[in-house]
Design a binder for this molecule. Structure first.
Ligand SMILES: [Zn+2]
Length: 382
């Protein structure tokens, strides 16, 4: 058994070294991991309940049982037998580590997802007007939806059941079939039964690559649900990094013709536009971001919801942070948010005079490039 554990540990170490090569990771993600996830997604989609959740409970109970038996044997002065049970746990852990690295681990080292992006790397003062136009265009649509969308008595959007939302997003994701970055199969999202524990952990969803299963916390506030489901499905399509899954989820929601999806997408990513407007024209800021009262009320309700569930959030965040760092994400839980980039100031000689011209450059991150392109395309379609 110890030899088996040694072999599994050696394979795991080899895989972890191998995945630091972006070429190998891209190949593994787009061939092996994609094939595995697609196959198991199709198999697990047959079951209406979450197999991930079932496995989690079996693993916890199995672990407790094995540790208990080991303690009993230690007490009976049979350390060799006790150690055997502990080695079983070690073998299961190493075996899982290998499967997980093969199905999910390589994808953390992939390229940035393919999407339509604004082509420039930065914006200058010359593009300020265009930027303000696009931000207003988004805010008009956001406010229009906010005023007309169906809400409950408290003011939350009514949305739709997760099954229906999941089926809608499966259709929306077909728009990404033009890019070879993504797997063409999209599983349906499943509801987690332990929704209250999950809420106390501040978890809205979990994608489990070995089963190709996208699991969602059904208590997630309805205004966040489309982005949450789209995020978990983005993992299943091959966007494993958290910021990439968010990027893809924002794209699929804000470019949708469905108002509920766009509302959720805008709510999740308007801050990326705010940052640009603040840089170029702080005086325009309040005029552009004039939110309808219903959006503000909804945000307050969402915060109140998460404040109500606060028993396990700190410990869960610590574990998630550790997990993401083990997957090579230096920022840990900070990797969900794509950071905005520091702007540059470039001096060039004035062609018409003796002085210098100063150009301010707002460097665009991937999310901002995607949002600008999406809004520009939508505005041109009108
Ligand atoms: Zn995620």
């Amino acid at each position: 058994m110890l030899i088996a554990a040694g072999v599994l540990a050696a394979i795991l170490a080899f895989l972890l070294i191998l995945r630091t090569s972006s070429t190998v990771s891209e190949w593994m993600a787009s061939h092996f991991s994609r094939g595995w996830v697609t196959f198991f997604s199709k198999v697990t989609s047959v079951f209406p309940f979450s197999l991930y959740e079932t496995l989690l409970y079996v693993a916890i109970i199995g672990c407790i049982a094995l540790i208990t038996v080991a303690i009993v044997f230690f007490c009976k002065k049979a350390p060799l037998r006790a150690t055997t049970y502990l080695i079983v746990i070690l073998l299961a852990g190493l075996g899982f580590g290998n499967v997980y690295t093969l199905t999910a681990g390589f994808s953390y080292y992939r390229e940035t997802p393919q999407l339509p992006y604004y082509e420039a790397e930065y914006l200058t003062d010359d593009q300020k007007e265009e930027l303000v136009f696009l931000a207003k265009f988004m805010m008009d649509d956001f406010n229009d939806i906010a005023r007309t969308i169906e809400r409950d008595e408290e003011g939350r959007v009514k949305g739709m059941p997760i099954d229906k939302l999941s089926a809608l997003l499966v259709e929306e994701y077909k728009r990404l079939d033009v890019f070879d970055y993504y797997s063409t199969f999209t599983p349906r999202a499943k509801k987690i039964t332990s929704k209250r524990i999950m809420s106390h952990m501040h978890i809205t969803g979990v994608f489990f690559a070995p089963f190709g299963e996208a699991n969602v916390n059904p208590l997630t506030p309805p205004s966040n649900l489309p982005v949450t489901v789209a995020h978990e499905l983005a993992h299943s399509k091959g966007a494993m990094r958290e910021s990439d899954a968010n990027l893809v989820a924002y794209y699929i929601t804000i470019t949708s013709d469905n108002e509920y999806l766009r509302y959720s997408g805008y709510l999740a990513c308007y801050k990326y536009l705010m940052d640009m407007i603040l840089y170029f024209d702080a005086s325009e800021y309040e005029k552009v971001f004039d939110f309808d009262g219903s959006i503000i009320k909804e945000s307050v309700l969402n915060d109140a919801f998460w404040n109500k569930y606060d028993l396990l959030d700190k410990i869960t965040e610590a574990f998630n942070d550790l997990y993401l760092k083990l997957q090579g994400q230096k920022e840990g839980t900070g990797s969900y948010v794509e950071p905005t980039l520091p702007p540059d100031t470039v001096q060039t000689p004035d062609p018409g005079g003796d002085g210098t011209l100063i150009e301010r450059r707002y460097n665009l991150n991937t999310v901002q490039k995607m949002i600008l392109k999406a809004l520009d395309d939508r505005a041109n379609d009108r």
